[in-house]
Design a protein around this ligand. Structure first.
Ligand code: GLN
Length: 387
């Protein structure tokens, strides 16, 4: 018998449930409120810039850690938006989305056996990311309904073996936006234990009710111990372009760049050039986008509340964790499958976001990064729950 089996390192994690729900949604022609990608178009000028870049024959390998034009635009964006100084030569690595940025950063910085603190529920990729980088996860609970954490529990998760903390603000799947005070508590622990923060800020521009996104890299003492990750995907509705970045202290960058180079060589060249155009859009773009998301959130919450789901409006990002016990359709996986197959609305089972799946058995995640008419159609389909 030939020795045909996947590597042991891949045995301890399963395929992505989020991506699996998209497949199931397509099979059943369900509205996909599972995987978080927009169904509305990217800005016209950004699409045009991509076409122009292809026409200008910018179709070969990029500089592995990012085209200078895009790195310059990213640095200028952070300076303008957050007063954060980023050296585009020494501190940036452009990646294939924030997904690659996170795993390349962990692989480039963490040694096997190092402990990494993770708030849970968490975006499911962080599980395999830690396994592949050999990190030992230490989970800290975010508690519903407002997803706060216990200061003591957080402090107890840190120790001499802690090398990193994975942060995601605005948060997927809870919609939590970490406050400055919370970030200062985290920063104090990072300094006490000499820990690096890996912060996924891909929803940075999607906040509600006057919530402010604070990059932890701007909290005093964190500028030289933070890897800040974001991407074009969510801000400009181009999740399929796979252009993201990691901003890191110069001492950490070589590790991240090497992993990125040997995994991907580079992110798509013409789309990096279009990314520079995107990052230079005027402030009015971000204001309008946030308003449109607020309308989507309102409709999503109304629909959920109309059907008795226990759920709080998120303060950021575009997901809602909703309680499903009242439906009597079984656990989260059974409910998600029923909603997809019978109702025609796909969602993600809550257990996908917990280290202990039982913690998510009474929850599903709805994502609402969709046109209002798509959300209206989802609302119509959910009416079937009444019968
Ligand atoms: N972040 C999105 C989600 O949580 C999807 C990301 C992905 O599937 N790569 O649904």
């Amino acid at each position: 018998m030939p020795n045909v089996r996947p590597s042991r390192r891949t045995e301890s994690f399963t395929e992505s449930v989020i991506r699996e729900m998209t497949r199931l949604a397509m099979e059943h022609d369900a509205i996909n409120l599972a995987q978080g990608f927009p169904d509305f178009p990217a800005p016209e000028e950004v699409k045009q810039a991509a076409k122009d870049a292809i026409d200008a024959d910018l179709n070969q390998y990029p500089i592995t850690w990012g085209e200078p034009e895009l790195r310059g635009a990213i640095a200028a964006h952070y300076e303008r938006r957050y007063g954060m100084h980023v050296d585009p030569l020494a501190q940036l690595c452009v990646t294939c989305g924030s997904t690659e940025a996170m795993i390349a950063s962990l692989l480039g910085v963490i040694d096997p056996g190092d402990e990494v603190v993770i708030f849970e529920p968490y975006y499911e990729n962080y599980g395999p990311d830690t396994i592949l980088s050999g990190a030992v996860p230490r989970y800290v609970s975010l508690r519903a309904p407002d997803w706060t954490f216990d200061e003591m529990e957080l402090a107890n998760a840190f120790g001499p073996r802690t090398r990193g903390i994975v942060l995601n603000t605005p948060n997927n799947p809870t919609g939590k936006v970490f406050t400055r005070e919370e970030l200062e508590q985290i920063a104090a622990l990072c300094q006490k234990w000499d820990v690096i923060a890996f912060t996924d800020e891909i929803y940075e521009h999607i906040v509600y009710d006057g919530a402010q996104h604070v990059p932890i890299a701007t909290v005093p003492g964190m500028e030289d111990r933070t890897v800040t990750i974001s991407a074009l995907s969510k801000t400009y509705a181009v999740t399929g372009w796979r252009v993201g970045w990691a901003i890191a202290p110069p001492a950490l960058v070589p590790g991240i760049r090497k992993v990125h180079d040997f995994l991907a060589v580079g992110a798509p060249t013409p789309l990096q050039h279009a990314g520079a155009t995107a990052l230079n859009l005027p402030d009015t773009y971000y204001a309008r986008m946030a308003e449109e998301y607020a309308d989507r959130r309102e409709l999503m919450m109304k629909t959920l509340w109309d059907h008795g789901f226990e759920a709080q409006p998120p303060r950021g990002a575009y997901y809602v964790m909703a309680g499903i016990s009242h439906l009597g359709l079984g656990d989260d996986t059974q409910t998600a499958e029923h909603l997809t197959r019978e109702i025609g609305v796909a969602v993600v089972p809550g257990s996908s976001f917990f280290s202990d799946p039982s913690l998510g058995h009474a929850l599903v995640r709805f994502s609402f990064c969709k046109k209002l008419e798509t959300l209206e159609e989802a609302a119509r389909r959910l009416e079937k729950l009444r019968t």
